[in-house]
Ligand binder design. Sequence first.
Ligand SMILES: Cc1cc2nc3c(=O)[nH]c(=O)nc-3n(C[C@H](O)[C@H](O)[C@H](O)COP(=O)(O)OP(=O)(O)OC[C@H]3O[C@@H](n4cnc5c(N)ncnc54)[C@H](O)[C@@H]3O)c2cc1C
Length: 460
Amino acid sequence: MKSSLVDELKLIAGSDYVLTEQQQTNAYLYDEVEKAYRPEADKSSIVVKAGSTEQVSAIMKLADDNCIPVVVRGGATGLCGGCTPINESIILSMERLNGILEIDRKNMVAVLEAGVTLMDLLEELDKYNDLSFPVHPGDEGAQMGGMAVTNAGGARAVRHGVMRKHIMGLTIVLPNGEILELGGKLIKNNAGYNLMQLILGSEGTLAVVTKIVLKIYPKERYSATIVAPFENFEDACCAVMDILQSGNLPLAVEYMDKHLFVGTAEMLGLEWQAKKGNADLLIILSEKSEDQLYAACREINEICERNHSYETLYAGKTEEQQELLLIRSQHYEYIKDSICDSFDMAVPVSEVSAFIRDLKMLVKEYDTDTNVIAHIADGNVHNDILYLKDGSVPDYASELKQKMYDICFSYGGTITGEHGIGKIRRQDLILQKASAELELMRGIKKVFDPNNIMNPGTVL
Ligand SMILES: Cc1cc2nc3c(=O)[nH]c(=O)nc-3n(C[C@H](O)[C@H](O)[C@H](O)COP(=O)(O)OP(=O)(O)OC[C@H]3O[C@@H](n4cnc5c(N)ncnc54)[C@H](O)[C@@H]3O)c2cc1C
């Protein structure tokens, strides 16, 4: 990058906050996508750590005037290469924009800078004892700005929905440096097109988010976790449908193939207590009173039994529940060295059982297997393609992926329920979307970012 540009960036952000040496910038190139299928980063990219919305504005204007790509880096917990610069870029790190500006109890909103991590927010709300925020993608290092623009979901979406539902306002900086306030603390606001909703899920391709007005909620104090073992996933899926139709709304309903629960527990030096069956549901309940919690547990237990579950296990103590969650959340460590691609497809919840069945039948045709992990009550299924025994990528990998997508589409599904398109699924988006819809998306991108400086090569 031209030294005169670097000098200007240093003037804007302060010289301590502009990193140009590869030794320093190397830590800013990748997200959590596995090495085997991550995009290759352009190592000549430099890092700028902005300290205010005004600095972001000045950086964007400079970049736009010089047609330099800008890749915003949040917590870098993304799973689709979104914050990896594939051209020589300014990596705009949001880590300094980490202020919790206001906890407004009257309106039940928090006003946050975009670099506040989920962990920061939860720790802050803990101080109030009676406040909470429900959206929880697996990694608490995710920043609120990153969670907003990826419209993050996670296990609790079954009850609380995804980020989109909880954001009331954004401060954004357009690629040309203009600062806009979208939405605010208003519950109702129908003035014009909703540009704020367009930014949510835009994966850093339209604007930089610097501030967020977020809904917060009263804490639910009583929680329990049920492990329901079934002989097969078909019965487990029927139980999920019945639970949803019964009016019970668990905080989370998670599915993993049994061998993943057992293997991950072993890896952690623990033991998976549900011995029977092949398909386990982890059902997390959270209620305002003990009576409500017991009533929900009883009803859900009955529903599982009606759908032929083996005896369910109940965890009420915090430590027991945390152990179960740990096993659920660490499964990736258990499988990651064996997979060469992983997916985040979603289908209507009524189709999950048939979808999983077809995926499992398909991989058998290739004499391989696939690990199934699902936010099952959202119809959101994570599965993968395995390396061959000799550690190589199978030559059928792209054919198999295409066939998995075809099954997903045949059930009215999407190639990504929550992780997004990023850089690794760009070619796949074309398989799902009509060309007229893609054209509209390209048009929107052009209006926001005529010089295509915002995270080029992402989404579109
Ligand atoms: C173990 C694990 C489990 C996960 N589980 C889930 C899950 O259950 N559900 C789920 O939805 N996700 C999950 N994720 C993915 C990830 O945590 C989410 O996508 C998260 O929202 C990304 O936030 P981030 O701050 O890390 O963003 P990053 O990875 O830093 O960036 C993601 C994208 O957003 C852009 N971006 C970041 N901040 C801004 C900003 N302020 N303004 C404009 N653009 C910005 C980046 O350029 C990039 O394109 C998981 C990840 C891990 C590692």
